[in-house]
Design a protein. Structure first.
Length: 201
């Protein structure tokens, strides 16, 4: 190996080999309300176990992993939220992203376990682009992916607002226009002039 060349190690491979762990740990913490409980104030393991109704042994395992992943902080015997988990992993916060993670163990990862079969056959595990299985699949997701879609939808709505208002005003005015045309026809008038409201730029 020449001088200045970085040593090749299997570190990345091992990181990927254990890549399934973080989403499952996050799911377990969300399902057991760890982030919600710690949002009120930092707590010890024992206090968190009492507040969540979970076992101390189980909580110790996932909470220490979450400290290593920087989703929790630990000062002495007390655990607390990090800015990231406080913003996105507390279920009462508007930007909560944890709903999506709650599908990891029962819906997302189980489908990926069939990847070898998919590569062999070229067929999906489930055809979610069709009614039936697709409807069931997305019914479970729609509420939980809302926080992920809301920011982009808000920007799009603001961009389209002038056109949307113009369209709505057209729908509101259309019956009046039709009535005016009918009255004009009965009275023998030949034209009806409708001046729409000027569009703001």
């Amino acid at each position: 190996m020449s001088a200045g060349t970085a040593e090749v190690t299997p570190e990345r491979i091992m990181q990927f080999a254990w890549g399934y762990v973080p989403p499952l740990v996050l799911e377990a913490a969300i399902r057991h309300r760890v982030f919600d409980v710690l949002d009120a104030a930092p707590k010890t393991l024992e206090d968190t176990a009492v507040a969540t109704g979970s076992s101390e042994r189980g909580l110790r395992a996932i909470m220490n992993v979450l400290v290593g992943l920087n989703f929790l902080a630990k000062d002495g015997q007390k655990y607390s939220l990090t800015p990231e988990s406080e913003a996105f992993l507390v279920s009462t916060k508007p930007a909560f992203q944890g709903g999506f993670l709650k599908h990891a163990s029962k819906q997302l990862i189980p489908n990926w376990l069939h990847l070898n079969d998919v590569v062999d056959s070229g067929k999906p595990v489930k055809a979610v682009n069709q009614e039936g299985a697709g409807s069931e699949f997305f019914q479970q997701f729609v509420v939980d992916i809302f926080p992920m879609s809301y920011p982009a939808a808000t920007v799009l709505a603001m961009e389209c607002l002038p056109d949307c208002l113009l369209m709505i005003s057209s729908w509101v005015l259309l019956p009046a226009i039709v009535r005016a045309m009918r009255r004009a026809g009965r009275s023998g008038a030949t034209t009806v002039t409708v001046r729409p409201a000027p569009r703001s730029t």
